[in-house]
Design a protein around this ligand. Sequence first.
Ligand code: GTP
Ligand code: MG
Length: 200
Amino acid sequence: MDILKAEFVVSNSTVDKCPKPDRHEYAFIGRSNVGKSSLINMLTNNKKLAKTAAKPGKTQLINHFLINDFWYMVDLPGYGYARTSETNRRLFERMIRDYILKRENLVCLFVLIDSRHEPQQIDLEFMEWLGENGVPFVMVFTKADKLTTTQRITCIDEYHKVMLNTWESTPVAFMTSSEKRLGREELLDYIDELNKSVKL
Ligand code: GTP
Ligand code: MG
């Protein structure tokens, strides 16, 4: 799929205020600083579309972007940011949880995972929760430019191995790098297929 147009629509702090749920929607979630906003910019060929930062905790709202005048891409705040207050963290987690459970046009959630680390409890638990709530999701490994080809394979293998302890099958997984523009075609083609096959 080609990205012909990508425009910022609105930022919201609650799901109820988000745009009318009448278009296919795909949201990016994951730990703070994992590279959600950078991935959105890489996919849309626009370095300034979503705000990125070297420090965690940059994205603090639910941000809607309209792509090709047809579907929504959503940038969410990260989870598990330790250096914010307990109150703030709870607020973010509530915002994310409500959005995920209530957003009826959400076709698929992209769960971003830093490919440089071994499987982390926080990501595994988050995916467990998605499974329990029947939320469709795929795994997107980020920052693959920091890994060798062998390490990339090991990373996905390790996740599959751990997940098969609790899951019957493992989710679809993509390896990406916003820095090197890796995985772009694959992700956009995946979205294109869903846009065509999922009826709202
Ligand atoms: P929050 O909004 O704070 O939750 O973070 P985020 O997940 O949106 O991360 P963001 O896109 O702001 O990127 C965080 C940091 O990771 C920035 O310093 C990026 O430059 C860096 N980063 C993102 N993607 C990549 C990548 O593919 N490779 C490398 N090497 N660095 C990356
Ligand atoms: Mg962000």
